[in-house]
Design a protein around this ligand. Structure first.
Ligand code: HEC
Ligand code: HEC
Ligand code: HEC
Ligand code: HEC
Ligand code: HEC
Ligand code: HEC
Length: 468
């Protein structure tokens, strides 16, 4: 229940300014011990974490905008990083993204500082609401079908640094307004989608490359990442840069239908809630429990200890059943495939500095440099696929075949500028690799070989396998 000490850095708190005198946004006022066990699970999850950088690194309630949602490039952080901003956004039909302050405080908009020094978590009332602003009935908030504007601005103005929805810097101004993307109506899981849809997606490259923009990919162009934990964008196949001529459809895919119209007896709470909350620890929001926890920035140290979701077994039965070991194998396969893609950027010289310690892929890069004048979009697409999938630690569980195809095609392209299925050779050609989530971990010798074999097994089932 601590308030932030400074305006900019410092912890978030449960009883932040809008919650003072509003304990019922989390508790039954007649009995604070109701749902205490659920409260404890939530408190240990990322949604209730007061110290993590998604809460504490900035005063997110000031990172909002008064401009219309369809044309703005100003900060929209408030709608995902605070509960009040989220409630404003979803209850206004995804239009209001304004900054806020608690009662009695003047509202400040970044870069101005707020005198309200508290910060919010993703509180109970984000998801629970009885229609009258009370959470404690623990009815689910009604959120309509989600649509998100992924607008991009190529104009980088010194007076408004960091205010773009997604950083896209070019020497020529390129703006896309009204770039609307609909997510399928997913019932109660609509609640999760708008915060886990990311801030950018692969198709923006295709848009930028085409009429009327014709973005010049040779003039130091950068497109930002999908940002953090964009599980919805992966699940609903929005996230990737898709290569022309390659097929990304899958008739067998069923994960987006989980919890929709009781598909395979999975109920009606939508895919996110059905996989993530159907367990004895619903408010850990986790389908799996880790025997070794991932850190805040590095999933590769985490190891799945058990499957806690009761939903997987509605479909994955018999020989297809998941065990913790099998799913962890899939998980590390995905991580090695991303590692191989990262290694290929290094091999091809698409890195800031080719030293052993620094391997930053420049966002600001001449993307035509590798394969000539029309090749920029495909090379930037490989980078975007790397970047967005790296942000979704559950990508392999959300939409595995799609993810494997995106990584496969990105490696295929990056290897020689032609889509000619030389992915296995490309991976085997790597002389060194580095952990994308922890740049101090390098792979060489037998570790490199294991990484390569894992990546090949994950992507194509083993040596000689076809495109997934
Ligand atoms: C953002 C949600 C949130 C708000 C707002 C909130 N609480 Fe809590 N409270 C919790 C959670 C979660 C726990 C359990 C935490 C734990 O055990 O780690 C808790 C625990 C408690 C407990 C301890 C209960 C017990 O038996 O151990 C009391 C008492 C309490 N809160 C009172 C209040 C009061 C009074 C307010 C308003 C001033 C308030 N809370 C506002 C989330 C909240
Ligand atoms: C108001 C925005 C918001 C909503 C709504 C929201 N999330 Fe999150 N979620 C976040 C943020 C921010 C984090 C990162 C928190 C952190 O790591 O400190 C997060 C983290 C997570 C994590 C990572 C695990 C963890 O404990 O860190 C999972 C899983 C998750 N959310 C699932 C869901 C599901 C499922 C729903 C819908 C029931 C949902 N989220 C709704 C903002 C939201
Ligand atoms: C679509 C929802 C959404 C929007 C909009 C959004 N974020 Fe986030 N952000 C998240 C989620 C979810 C996480 C948790 C992921 C994690 O912990 O890695 C996160 C994590 C972060 C983190 C901590 C991890 C990291 O990447 O460093 C920072 C800092 C951050 N966001 C800043 C911002 C800023 C600044 C803005 C606005 C310019 C913004 N975010 C807009 C959803 C969003
Ligand atoms: C990110 C969204 C989200 C947040 C935040 C959240 N819940 Fe829930 N909660 C849900 C969903 C979804 C269900 C329905 C789960 C189901 O039926 O399987 C639920 C169900 C419940 C239930 C009733 C059913 C049960 O699981 O036994 C209670 C009680 C509850 N939540 C309390 C809380 C409390 C207390 C908090 C805050 C400390 C909280 N919730 C925060 C999404 C959320
Ligand atoms: C409604 C049915 C359904 C549910 C529930 C379900 N899955 Fe799946 N899953 C499928 C189908 C069907 C495929 C194959 C899709 C394809 O081939 O494109 C699949 C594929 C996968 C894959 C990748 C392919 C593979 O077999 O290697 C993973 C990983 C996966 N599921 C994990 C899970 C996990 C973990 C859960 C529970 C948290 C779960 N699934 C729940 C139907 C389901
Ligand atoms: C088929 C089951 C399944 C469905 C459906 C599903 N998830 Fe996940 N999700 C998982 C599993 C399993 C993990 C754990 C991955 C790990 O950390 O290795 C996960 C991880 C996550 C994480 C944590 C880190 C990350 O970004 O990967 C978030 C956030 C998340 N999912 C959000 C969502 C949202 C939002 C939805 C709905 C749009 C959703 N998930 C639908 C199974 C599912």
């Amino acid at each position: 229940m601590t308030a932030s000490l400074t305006n900019v850095r410092g912890r978030a708190s449960y009883v932040s300014s809008n919650f003072i005198g509003n304990c019922r946004k989390c508790h039954n006022p007649h009995d604070t011990s109701t749902a205490l066990e659920i409260g404890r699970q939530w408190a240990e999850s990322g949604h209730g974490d007061t110290a993590g950088s998604p809460r504490a690194s900035r005063d997110f309630k000031t990172y909002g905008t008064y401009q219309p949602v369809n044309t703005t490039f100003e900060s929209n952080c408030v709608r995902c990083h605070t509960t009040t901003g989220y409630v404003n956004f979803v209850s206004s039909g995804f239009t209001v993204q304004r900054p806020f302050a608690g009662p009695g405080f003047q509202i400040a908009q970044y870069p101005a500082l707020s005198t309200d020094t508290t910060k919010e978590v993703t509180a109970c009332n984000a998801c629970h609401d009885d229609g009258n602003g009370n959470a404690y009935s623990f009815k689910l908030r009604t959120v309509p079908q989600v649509y998100i504007y992924y607008n991009y601005s190529g104009s980088s103005t010194a007076t408004n640094p960091g205010a773009r929805a997604v950083s896209l810097q070019t020497s020529i101004p390129v703006k896309f307004n009204n770039n609307l993307v609909y997510y399928p109506d997913s019932g109660p899981s609509n609640m999760c989608i708008s915060c886990h849809a990311g801030r950018g997606y692969g198709n923006m490259i295709t848009i930028a490359a085409g009429a009327p923009y014709f973005l010049n990919f040779s003039t130091s162009t950068s497109i930002g990442s999908a940002h953090a934990f964009p599980g919805a964008a992966t699940l609903f196949q929005k996230i990737g840069y898709e290569y022309a001529g390659r097929d990304y459809s899958s008739a067998a895919f069923l994960h987006s239908k989980i919890g929709v119209s009781n598909t395979n007896a999975t109920g009606n709470l939508g895919p996110c809630i059905s996989c993530h909350m159907n367990s004895t620890e619903s408010h850990s929001f986790r389908p799996v429990a880790f025997s070794t926890e991932p850190t805040e920035t590095n999933p590769t140290v985490g190891v799945i200890g058990s499957l806690v979701s009761r939903t997987c077994s509605k479909c994955h039965t018999g020989a297809n059943s998941w065990t913790a070991t099998k799913l962890q194998g899939k998980r590390s396969g995905f991580q090695t495939a991303i590692t191989a893609l990262y290694g290929l950027f290094y091999k091809q010289g698409v890195v800031v500095s080719r030293t052993t310690t620094s391997w930053g892929i420049p966002t600001n890069y001449n993307w035509n440099r590798l394969y000539g004048s029309a090749s920029g979009p495909n090379t930037m697409g490989a980078y975007t696929n790397y970047n967005v999938l790296k942000s979704d630690w559950g990508a392999y569980a959300h939409n595995d075949r799609y993810v494997r195809r995106l990584i496969y095609d990105s490696i295929d392209w990056l290897n020689d500028g032609v889509l000619n299925n030389d992915v296995e050779a490309a991976i085997n050609s790597l002389a060194t690799a580095k952990n994308p989530w922890n740049s101090s971990v390098n792979y060489s010798g037998s570790e490199l070989l294991t990484m390569q074999q894992n990546a090949i097994r994950y992507l194509i089932g083993g040596p000689g396998g076809p495109r997934p």
